[in-house]
Design a protein around this ligand. Structure first.
Ligand code: 5GP
Ligand code: MG
Ligand code: MG
Length: 185
């Protein structure tokens, strides 16, 4: 039912677009209340956050600035993440209220690195808004994680910005990898 194939893997539906939209709207309303008169800077982490960023910002009605960063991914257990490029950010984040927008917090290693880099500019505040959060996969606590769309189990997901081998980011729903039950011995 509603399975999709990407390369060698099979995925099944986890979150439909209308469910994502409803939750995104609620987060936007909360941000409008929390950041009234603060003109926050939203920083989307590319590529995964591009759809969530767009849909979230359509719900944000307060004055704000919007930019993006690209981060090199970590390898193995050690974070080698670093900010590779920044697009459209204000020259200076000093004294600004920052909201980092992510697709998913998995180990938290990438985000931990990004937050440390941003803190060097001494902003007024840094919070994280992530569509998905896998609590069971977390390796470093992210105290800045303020807005979470959905907590999910420790499984691999694709769609709505998230890819498998570069594919699937354009899917409007989110899918999880189907686990194949091994035959009984
Ligand atoms: P973290 O540093 O928290 O482990 O995750 C870094 C990045 O890995 C996330 O922002 C996301 O782009 C990617 N990632 C983590 N879990 C998943 C997943 O289940 N599916 C996909 N497609 N990407 C993931
Ligand atoms: Mg990401
Ligand atoms: Mg990826």
């Amino acid at each position: 039912m509603n399975n999709i194939e990407i390369e060698d893997r099979t995925f099944e539906i986890l979150l439909e677009n209308h469910t994502i939209s409803k939750r995104t709207r609620l987060i936007g309303i909360q941000i409008n209340v929390d950041y009234e008169k603060r003109c926050p800077v939203f920083i989307g982490v590319l590529n995964g956050s591009f759809l969530f960023m767009a849909d979230l910002l359509k719900e944000v009605e307060i004055p704000c600035e919007i930019g993006f960063i690209r981060v090199s991914s970590y390898e193995g257990a050690e974070s080698s993440g670093s900010i590779k490029e920044a697009f459209g950010l204000p020259d200076n984040l000093h004294n600004r209220d920052i909201i980092i927008v992510e697709d998913i917090v998995d180990s938290g290693l990438t985000l931990n690195y990004v937050i440390n880099e941003i803190q060097k500019q001494v902003p007024a505040s840094v919070k994280v808004c992530s569509l998905l959060f896998k609590p069971a996969a977390l390796k470093v606590p992210i105290k800045e994680l303020e807005y979470v769309g959905f907590e999910i189990a420790n499984e691999f997901v694709v769609g709505y910005g998230l890819d498998y081998v570069g594919l699937g980011r354009n899917l409007k729903d989110i899918y999880r990898e189907k686990t194949v039950l091994s035959p009984l011995p």
